[in-house]
Design a protein around this ligand. Structure first.
Ligand SMILES: Cc1cc2nc3c(=O)[nH]c(=O)nc-3n(C[C@H](O)[C@H](O)[C@H](O)COP(=O)(O)OP(=O)(O)OC[C@H]3O[C@@H](n4cnc5c(N)ncnc54)[C@H](O)[C@@H]3O)c2cc1C
Length: 453
């Protein structure tokens, strides 16, 4: 049962084809239900006769929309409504199989034998490590762990937020999301979001007064986007400043006329916020700082980060009770999928995977697993619409199929998948629970809750 809901076991009743059916539609398997897979799926269902099975490792769908996008960006999370509509409208030919890991429960080779086409859309989820002495100290966590924790990923350890100084390593949007959530939680503004109650209580009790966001390179190299950057500077009760050298300030200002529009606007925001943070709550943006060593106290908890300041050649010690490092993600290549020399999926062109001629299915890839962990959802959407067009074109004259899916294998292996209907019941329960306290939803945060019998 899922919070009182029966999790469907695979088989005829789950509505999937388990026997060869010569007159059936061409069949596509999508690996991953994040934006990349879902936008491609939406495009494809509109343009083709495909029947689609979506396989998702997590117990619930939609990837980073649920477990990555910050809880104060509900307008971004609303993209889930588009995906919901897609499933509702296409119940006859679109199936969801959450809690199924491709690689563990079903191999990639088995997928290629069960479907006419396979679309890889499994994202990039391996966090780049800090890799310096002391990294294993308590309260040294990756940005994805912290983001996962406040977004309700099941069974994630709780960070200790009863500290006053935090260092965030990294100059991308994930670093800004972490800083913003830490700086705004005590104001009560996240109360109505979908941060799980127990995790919100920890955030609200935090006593953090000082956040340092550090980057290895100069301010001209940040990967922030303007919306997230502005949000940090606007937080009331926090003084957030770019603490840069005169030379960096001069270079930023001089670069302005030469920059293209988007970068120029971002740089203008950076320049406008140069200064020294002061007051009760401070957020310092520091540059040219390379982490060298973490020093822990006698209980093994981080107390200092030692960095090299490559601008003045000095070593500095940054006092901190929590380090969050956000250095980006690495793409893992699923077993059986060809890999290139950069350890990425070996692509033949923008969307087709370079499979051997003996592979029985056409294999495509899109989103972060195909092109690396870059870009916001709109970028991912554009790539995925293109991929959908290509798949539809490749199968324009192929409307019949002998593919039989992987239903038999899931049944034999007794994989307790969570279907679309089961997800909708979970969704409803979470929303109902949230309503009781005026929240968008109260997320389930343990696997047991999703899968309990
Ligand atoms: C912390 C964070 C915050 C972000 N905030 C924003 C924002 O505010 N606005 C914005 O526009 N963009 C934001 N983005 C970017 C956005 O999330 C990405 O552009 C988008 O999610 C990439 O889509 P994807 O489908 O390629 O990957 P994902 O969203 O990661 O989806 C991949 C899916 O594949 C599943 N999967 C992985 N392996 C397997 C397997 N072996 N078998 C089955 N399933 C598998 C995963 O569980 C996941 O559900 C954010 C990104 C991060 C990391």
């Amino acid at each position: 049962m899922v919070g009182g809901i029966l999790v469907r076991r695979i088989g005829k009743s789950a509505g999937i084809v388990t026997k060869r059916n010569l007159s059936s539609r061409p069949r596509l398997a999508i690996v991953g239900s994040g934006p990349a897979g879902m936008f491609a799926c939406n495009g494809l269902l509109r343009k083709s006769y495909f029947a689609v099975d979506v396989f998702e490792n997590s117990p619930v769908p939609f990837g980073l929309v649920r477990y990555g996008v910050a809880p104060d960006h509900q307008e971004v999370k609303n993209v889930i409504n588009t995906f919901d509509n897609m499933f509702q409208k296409n119940r006859d030919r679109l199936k969801l199989f959450c809690n199924v890991n491709i690689g563990r429960d079903i191999t990639f080779d088995e997928l290629t034998r069960g479907y006419d086409a396979v679309l890889l859309a499994y994202g990039s989820y391996k966090t780049r490590q800090l890799g310096i002495p002391g990294s294993d100290s308590k309260n040294v966590i990756s940005g994805s762990e912290f983001v996962g924790w406040y977004n309700g990923v099941p069974n994630v350890p709780t960070p200790d937020l009863s500290i006053s100084n935090v260092v965030i390593v990294g100059n991308g949007n994930v670093a800004l999301d972490c800083a913003r959530v830490l700086s705004t939680a005590s104001s009560g503004s996240l109360k109505i979001s979908d941060i799980p109650d127990d995790r919100l209580a920890v955030l609200e009790k935090a006593i953090i007064k000082d956040i340092k966001i550090i980057g290895r390179r100069g301010p001209e190299n940040v990967s922030f986007t303007i919306k997230e950057l502005r949000e940090q500077f606007k937080i009331e009760e926090w003084d957030s400043k770019l603490e840069v050298s005169e030379e960096d300030q001069k270079n930023l200002i001089e670069s302005l006329p030469k920059l293209e529009r988007k970068k120029k606007r971002l740089t203008e925001v950076l320049v406008k916020n140069i200064g020294i943070a002061s007051g009760l709550r401070q957020c310092h943006f520091l540059f040219h700082r390379v982490p060298k060593k973490i020093v822990a106290d006698s209980a093994g908890q981080v107390k200092e980060l030692v960095v090299d300041n490559t601008e003045n050649g000095r070593q500095e010690t940054l006092e901190c009770g929590l380090i969050i490092y956000s250095l980006g993600y690495e793409t893992l290549v699923l077993d059986g999928v060809p890999q290139n020399q950069d350890k990425m999926i070996d692509m033949k062109d923008h969307c087709r995977v370079n499979m051997s001629l003996s592979c029985p299915a056409n294999v495509y890839a899109t989103g972060w697993c195909a092109h690396g962990p870059r870009g916001v959802i709109v970028d991912t959407q554009q790539q995925s619409i293109f991929v959908a067009d290509q798949i539809a074109a490749d199968f324009a004259h192929n409307r019949k199929s002998v593919a039989s899916g992987v239903g038999m294998l899931l049944a034999e292996r007794k994989v307790p998948f969570i279907s679309w209907d089961a997800w909708k019941l979970i969704d409803q329960q979470e929303r109902d629970q949230g309503k009781l306290t005026g929240k968008i939803r109260e997320k389930f945060t343990t696997f047991e809750k999703f899968l309990s019998k």
